[in-house]
Design a protein around this ligand. Structure first.
Ligand code: 8Y4
Length: 221
């Protein structure tokens, strides 16, 4: 993990996202202690070795606290601070937070995702989460939003979202997107993960043209 972070920094990454819990649909759950044991040594080692800021990818308030104490300066929460104590923790830590949209929970989210209108539903979700954050004492200036490609979305939902991302700019917050090598890019291009760079780039260009400002990617260079 440390070597990979050094490579990403050299390639020009502006942030390195460190996570200890897989959100893949079939993934084995890990305990809080296991998640901490996976991320803390990496963050501690990186703080001394790299200059790029570190983002902590977690849904758990205890991991947010420990990671920020160890040197992380950004929270990436695929659960948009809906976890126990997460709002209060982010407010107390005063670091920027990425609120990602996910329908359902990782284990079952791909079973039967349903929306009236995927983009409108995500817009409404963010309106509600932004209000909850502000009510909890998190400054609006601290927030980034992310529609969560692949999280509780069918291939069609992902494509609809890809084409209409610009609608989320009305929320007037920076938009982050994670598209890199995802399953639905593989479905569109009929390619295995290692051969999805072209599809990932094509999708990223569409999103940047529609107002996305931050890209979460594997192929930083
Ligand atoms: C290969 C390996 C291909 C892993 C795909 C993947 C996002 C995210 C993830 C995202 C934000 C992933 C933690 C899924 N995706 N956080 N996290 N936005 N904010 N799968 O889209 O990268 S994990």
């Amino acid at each position: 993990a440390i070597r990979q972070a050094e490579i990403l920094q050299q390639e020009g990454a502006d942030y390195i996202d460190i996570g200890g819990e897989s959100t893949h649909p079939g993934a084995q759950p890990v305990s809080l202690q296991e998640e901490l044991d996976r991320v803390l040594p990496v963050i501690e080692a990186l703080r001394a070795r790299i200059l790029v800021p570190i983002s902590i990818d977690t849904r758990h308030s205890a991991v947010m606290r420990a990671a920020v104490a160890a040197g992380a300066t950004f929270i990436n929460d695929v659960n948009a601070l809906r976890g126990e104590d997460a709002l209060a923790t982010a407010a107390a830590l005063k670091v920027p937070v990425c609120l990602m949209h996910m329908q359902g929970e990782p284990r079952t989210m791909q079973q039967n995702p349903q929306y009236d209108d995927v983009v409108q539903d995500i817009y409404t979700f963010f309106s509600e989460r932004i209000n909850a954050c502000c009510a909890a004492g998190i400054a609006r200036e601290q927030l980034v939003i992310d529609p969560g490609f692949g999280f509780g979305k069918t291939f069609q939902h992902n494509v609809q979202l890809l084409a209409a991302l610009h609608q989320l700019t009305a929320l007037q917050l920076p938009i982050l997107v994670g598209l890199s090598r995802k399953t639905w890019i593989g479905m569109a291009t009929d390619k295995p993960p290692q051969q999805r760079l072209a599809g990932s780039l094509a999708a990223a260009i569409l999103e940047v043209q529609q107002g996305a400002q931050i890209l979460r990617v594997h192929d930083v260079g």
